[in-house]
Ligand binder design. Structure first.
Ligand SMILES: [Zn+2]
Length: 248
């Protein structure tokens, strides 16, 4: 039996209460949280905060999951949001259901039918943007940056490695960086740059929009491997030119 929405919300509130004991980060009540099932291609769930409210989307493959599995999933997602380690027993309950032959088959079918079309997610093949964001937020921003939608680009664009879209509250990172050949600190630098765009909104001077203000640049240079990152940027750009020359 699918669980009622109110019940789902309560399960998440409970996970917050247990994992965020001091209530330092979030302590939502059922009104401050939205939980929906979503027809993702394959097994995928998301949790994010927007304007102080929690938004959860669960794979609709979990619509008929037993209550203890939903509860375990709630713990995993809330732990992810809080950058905490999920309780081990919850992790085990979730995995034994998510990786059961029956669910894997359902997830395969969903992937085939729904294709790649709609969703690209934050969790790439090599790097997880949610994890990188959480780490940077903690280390450089005192956890003050409100999490936007984080996603890998669907195409492997070389020209734009990262982009912050203020209107849609989204940071998109080029899939070209989701590669073993790219060091993690470089991906972090690109995400860091985009996070600075959230911290330092564009300034409008004489009708022109300035994105990289002096304050932005100064803070950007505080990134420990800033110089090294600039060399890597050159390296990536050079590769792009080589590719273009080859294509010409
Ligand atoms: Zn920029």
């Amino acid at each position: 039996m699918p669980q009622s929405n109110l019940h789902l919300k309560k399960v998440f509130c409970d996970a917050f209460r247990q994992l965020d004991r001091g209530g330092k980060q979030f302590q939502p009540d059922v009104a401050g949280i939205e939980v929906k099932f979503y027809p993702y291609a394959g097994l995928h769930h998301t949790i994010r905060v927007r304007a102080g409210r929690i938004f959860v989307r669960l794979s609709d493959l979990f619509q008929t999951a037993p209550p203890e599995v939903i509860r375990a999933l709630a713990f995993l997602l809330v732990a992810r949001l809080l950058s905490r380690k999920a309780p081990r027993d919850q992790e085990r309950i979730y995995r034994s259901y998510a990786f059961s032959p029956q669910l894997l088959r359902a997830s395969d079918i969903a992937r085939r039918q729904r294709g790649r079309k709609v969703i690209s997610s934050a969790n790439g093949e090599i790097y997880d943007l949610e994890r990188i964001f959480a780490k940077l937020n903690r280390r450089y921003f005192g956890g003050e940056i409100e999490k936007p939608v984080l996603t890998w680009s669907r195409r492997r664009a070389r020209s734009i490695l990262g982009h912050h879209d203020a209107a849609h509250d989204t940071i998109t990172i080029s899939k070209i960086l989701d590669s073993r050949e790219v060091p993690e600190w470089f991906v972090e630098y690109i995400v860091f740059h985009e996070m600075l765009h959230i911290k330092h909104p564009a300034r409008i001077v004489n009708g022109r929009r300035y994105y990289h203000t002096n304050a932005f640049r100064a803070e950007e240079q505080s990134f420990p491997r800033y110089q090294h990152a600039q060399e890597w940027l050159d390296h990536v750009v050079r590769k792009r030119q080589e590719l273009r020359a080859r294509a010409a």
